[in-house]
Design a protein around this ligand. Structure first.
Ligand code: B12
Length: 179
């Protein structure tokens, strides 16, 4: 399950900005799908899903892996979501540009299971991480926490985004399809 993380705890009726599709998460979902993984993209922003709503969706689908973005602005919400997961054996992957500065804090989350943090392009490394066949060593690690930096030297760096698959139907999912 790939999650565009919520910005608010509750549904905020005053938040009326148009949402744009999370294109980076779409690239990740598309590559995983092509590699044979069963993928669901849950967009908490487009579908105005509260933290509680998201917890219910996770419970319903019971995914073995949760991959979510994180922003400096919703760090505490994502931390709360992950730390309070009932099943703490799921693999968690956290990505997004702010992970470069947040990863050491994420390493300290009380979640009992594995957490991998990825800074930079996620679509090429994630399938290998899920198959446990990464060809790049973590840039940092402690116990069951690892941090990968995908920079221009990484084998997982996407040199030309135009050559990568993007299945836009991932963006059409609305709440009625999820619940
Ligand atoms: C376009 C854009 C938006 C658009 C569309 C966002 C969207 N839904 O995708 C809008 C205007 C809606 C937006 C909103 C916000 N944005 Co914005 N946005 C951008 C911008 C300009 C480009 C992002 C983009 O599309 N890149 C191209 C795609 C292909 O790459 P990508 O998204 O980075 O994703 C790749 C990697 O980062 C990585 N990755 C990303 N997420 C994940 C998750 C996992 C699990 C993994 C493994 C990897 C991974 O893999 C992806 C594929 O390679 C960036 C700045 C930038 N130059 O990148 C800021 C930026 C990402 N946004 C930022 C922020 C803060 C926000 C908001 C939280 C602001 C707010 N308070 O409302 C919201 C979040 C809304 C949301 N969750 O959708 C910050 C994030 C840094 C931070 N402070 O945490 C940035 C870096 C701008 C900045 N410098 O402040 N944003």
């Amino acid at each position: 399950m790939i999650i565009n993380s919520p910005l608010f705890r509750e549904v905020n009726p005053l938040y009326d900005e148009d949402s744009l599709p999370p294109i980076g998460l779409g690239y990740i979902a598309s590559t995983l799908e092509i590699k044979g993984f069963s993928v669901k993209l849950v967009d908490s922003i487009a579908d105005s899903i509260s933290l509680k709503g998201l917890q219910n969706i996770i419970k319903k689908y019971n995914p073995s892996v949760i991959a979510t973005n994180i922003f400096t602005t919703n760090y505490n919400l994502v931390k709360e979501l992950i730390e309070n997961l009932e099943d703490q054996t799921r693999k968690i992957v956290i990505g997004g540009l702010s992970t470069r500065t947040l990863y050491e804090k994420i390493f300290l989350w009380t979640y009992k299971g594995e957490i991998d943090v990825i800074f930079g392009d996620g679509e090429l490394i994630l399938p290998d991480i899920l198959k446990r066949k990464e060809v790049q060593s973590p840039n940092d690690k402690i116990k069951n926490r690892r941090y990968f930096k995908i920079d221009t030297l990484s084998p997982y760096f996407c040199k030309d985004i135009s050559t990568l698959p993007l299945n836009r139907s991932f963006f059409l999912m609305s709440l009625s399809n999820i619940l």
